[in-house]
Ligand binder design. Sequence first.
Ligand SMILES: Nc1ncnc2c1ncn2[C@@H]1O[C@H](COP(=O)(O)OP(=O)(O)OP(=O)(O)O)[C@@H](O)[C@H]1O
Ligand SMILES: [Mg+2]
Length: 181
Amino acid sequence: MPPSRRGALPPGAKGPPSQDSQAPCAPPAAHVIESRSAAETWALGERLAGALGPGLVVALVGALGTGKTVFAKGIVAGLSATQEATSPSFSLVNVYEAAFPVYHLDFYRLAREEDAESLGLRDYLDGHGVVLVEWADRIPGSLPEDRLEVTLARTGDETRTLTFRGFGPRAERTLSLLAGD
Ligand SMILES: Nc1ncnc2c1ncn2[C@@H]1O[C@H](COP(=O)(O)OP(=O)(O)OP(=O)(O)O)[C@@H](O)[C@H]1O
Ligand SMILES: [Mg+2]
């Protein structure tokens, strides 16, 4: 997707937070996986889906066009949702029905914690579904501390790195399940 689709940030929008606000003590171990194509990133999402359960929050972090939506689409497909995922760039939130609900949000256009609240974030975080949040780092502190963070970075036209970090026991268990596949 060309970056121009995004448009200007709303007034008061902040850039990404410093690492310090994410890591009060030692940062969790990082698991880095390389992807050589969009299909591989999708497949990684599908694989992660097998380790996900209701209540887990997946924070997707990375610059424009790094593959956050591709990865989320793989997760939604892997959870056998009835519909194929689309980008929530404009809708801000898409809801899919799988064995449990999947809430796919995009914080890019949001500036403050209240904006996330007005999207109904509190309801999505009630533990009944999986919550996928693109541009999660736009609003530091809006997501629970126990979350799985996946940071995507572009390393070439077709290549990306995906860095997985479990911030909390639930997210760490999910990562061990993934590693045990
Ligand atoms: N290895 C790869 N993994 C993921 N996407 C890739 C890869 N190689 C190329 N691409 C391309 O990069 C683009 C990623 O688009 P995508 O919409 O998923 O990014 P995004 O991070 O969600 O962007 P945005 O911040 O605008 O929401 C797609 O066009 C995809 O085909
Ligand atoms: Mg996207």
